[in-house]
Design a protein around this ligand. Structure first.
Ligand SMILES: Nc1ncnc2c1ncn2[C@@H]1O[C@H](COP(=O)(O)OP(=O)(O)O)[C@@H](O)[C@H]1O
Ligand SMILES: [Mg+2]
Length: 378
C-alpha cells in the first residue's frame, strides 16, 4: 500500500499521501509553530493531543530521559538514535512519537506495520527520509519478516540493498540513505524479534497513569473543549479511566455530550456518574468487556487457571484483543494473576463482582443477575 501520511515540519505544514491512511489512524497535520490547523478533516482526538513535550502530563521519568536525548541531539546536530515505545494502547506512544520531531524541528513520516506488506512499501519512506528526520512506524511488531530484514541495514548503516530482475539477470543495487531516526511503537515488545529490538538504542516503556495525572488531563482538556467541570467530576472521570489518557478523554467527551443533552452543559459529579453509569463503566473503571472477561473465567473455567486462547474462544473475542486491551489493566490492578497454566481470578475480583467464593466454583453467574450493589456508584 502507498505511503500513509507525511507531515512536513516546515512553514506551510503541508500534508500529503493521506488518502492511503489505514482505518483507525488519525490525521496529524501540525505546523512547525506547534499550532493545530483548524480543518474539519482533523480527527477529534487531535485537539486534545499534547503537541509539545512540556504539555505531556505524567510519564516523568520517560519525559526526562527524552529531554536529555533531544538536547544532546540538538547540540551535536546528529540524528536521534532509533527509539522504541512500548505499552498498552492509549498511553501516549503516538503522542510522544509526534512530539519528538516537532521538538527537533524535523520532518515526520508516519506508517504502520500492518500496511507494510513488502519491502517495496517501505522503500519510499526510506528514500524520502531527510537528514535527521523521523520515520514513525506504529504497531511495528506487525511488520512482516521480509520488511524487517529490509529495514535492518537501513537502521544500522543507512543503506538498502535492492534486487532488480530475477534469475541470472538479478542484480543487487546498494543505495545510500540519509541518516534518519526510526521511532517504533508497539503494544507487544515481546513480539519483536531480538535483532529488531536490538536496533533500537533507546527503549521506553509507558505505564498506566495515576488518578492525579488523569484528573489533570481531564481538567486541562475540559478547558480546551470550553466545558465547565466540577473538581469532583474530573476526579470521578479520572478514577474510571483505567489509568489511560485516551479513556479519560473519551469519558470527558461523553460526559460533556451527556451534560449538554440532559443537563445545563456543566459536568457536575452527578452528571459524570450518570453518564458513566449509562456507558457501563463501574467504580473500578471496568467496562462491559472487562467484566465479561472476568465472568468467563469465573463461570466457565471455575476461576481459572485458563489460557487466553480458550477464554477468547468462549467470549468470541480475539485473544490478541484480550492480551492488548483487557489484561494489562486487570493484571496491574490485581483482578487477575498470570500463572504458567493460565489466568486466574483473585479475591478482589470476586468481591468487586459480588460473587461468593463458593458459587464461583460451582456454576456460572448468569448475565441476567442484577448488578451487585456498589458496582457503579460508591
Ligand atoms: N501524557 C499525556 N498527557 C496528556 N494527554 C495524553 C498523554 N498521553 C496520551 N494522551 C492523550 O491520549 C490520547 C491517546 O494517546 P496516543 O498517543 O494515541 O496513545 P497510544 O499511541 O499509546 O495508543 C492522545 O490523543 C492524547 O490526547
Ligand atoms: Mg498509537
Amino acid at each position: 500500500m502507498a505511503r500513509k501520511t507525511t507531515v512536513r515540519n516546515d512553514d506551510d505544514g503541508e500534508e500529503s499521501g493521506d488518502s492511503g491512511r489505514v482505518p483507525g489512524s488519525q490525521p496529524l497535520g501540525f505546523t512547525s509553530s506547534g499550532a493545530v490547523p483548524s480543518g474539519e478533516q482533523k480527527g477529534l482526538e487531535d485537539e486534545l493531543r499534547p503537541s509539545r513535550l512540556e504539555d505531556i502530563v505524567g510519564q516523568r521519568a520517560v519525559v526526562e530521559r527524552l529531554r536529555i536525548l533531544l538536547e544532546a541531539t540538538k547540540k551535536r546536530k546528529e540524528p536521534l538514535g532509533h527509539l522504541l515505545f512500548d505499552g498498552p494502547p492509549g498511553l501516549g506512544k503516538t503522542t510522544l512519537a509526534t512530539v519528538i520531531p516537532r521538538e527537533l524541528g524535523t520532518d515526520l513520516q508516519i506508517t504502520a506495520g500492518p500496511s507494510l506488506n513488502a519491502p517495496k512499501d517501505l522503500l519510499p519512506y526510506l528514500t524520502n527520509a531527510s537528514h535527521g528526520s523521523v520515520l514513525f512506524i506504529d504497531e511495528i511488531h506487525r511488520m512482516p519478516p521480509t520488511v524487517e530484514e529490509f529495514i535492518y541495514p537501513a537502521m544500522e548503516d543507512f543503506r538498502v540493498d535492492i534486487t532488480l530482475g530475477d534469475g541470472i539477470n538479478a542484480r543487487t543495487i546498494n543505495m545510500k540513505l540519509q541518516q534518519f531516526t526510526v521511532i517504533g511503537a508497539t503494544t507487544r515488545s515481546g513480539m519483536l524479534t531480538a535483532p529488531l529490538r536490538d536496533r533500537f538504542i533507546n527503549r521506553e516503556h509507558l505505564d498506566f497513569y495515576t488518578t492525579e495525572e488523569l484528573a489533570t488531563i481531564v481538567r486541562r482538556n475540559a478547558g480546551k473543549l470550553r466545558t465547565e467541570i466540577a473538581e469532583e467530576a474530573a476526579w470521578e472521570i479520572a478514577i474510571r479511566a483505567r489509568g489511560t489518557p485516551r479513556k479519560a478523554n473519551n469519558w470527558l467527551r461523553w460526559t460533556r455530550d451527556f451534560a449538554d443533552a440532559r443537563a445545563d452543559g456543566r459536568i457536575t459529579l452527578e452528571v459524570a456518574r450518570a453518564a458513566l453509569r449509562m456507558k457501563g463503566v463501574d467504580v473500578a473503571g471496568l467496562e462491559e468487556q472487562d467484566r465479561r472477561y472476568l465472568e468467563t473465567i469465573i463461570g466457565v473455567f471455575g476461576g481459572g487457571p485458563a489460557g487466553v486462547q480458550a477464554i477468547g474462544h468462549t467470549m468470541n473475542t480475539p485473544a490478541e484483543t484480550l492480551e492488548d486491551e483487557v489484561e494489562p489493566f486487570l493484571l496491574r490492578e490485581g483482578f487477575i494473576q498470570r500463572t504458567p497454566r493460565g489466568r486466574t481470578i483473585t479475591a478482589k475480583t470476586l468481591a468487586h463482582l459480588g460473587v461468593s467464593e463458593r458459587s464461583s466454583s460451582l456454576t456460572s453467574r448468569k448475565r441476567t443477575s442484577p448488578d451487585p450493589p456498589g458496582l457503579f456508584v460508591e
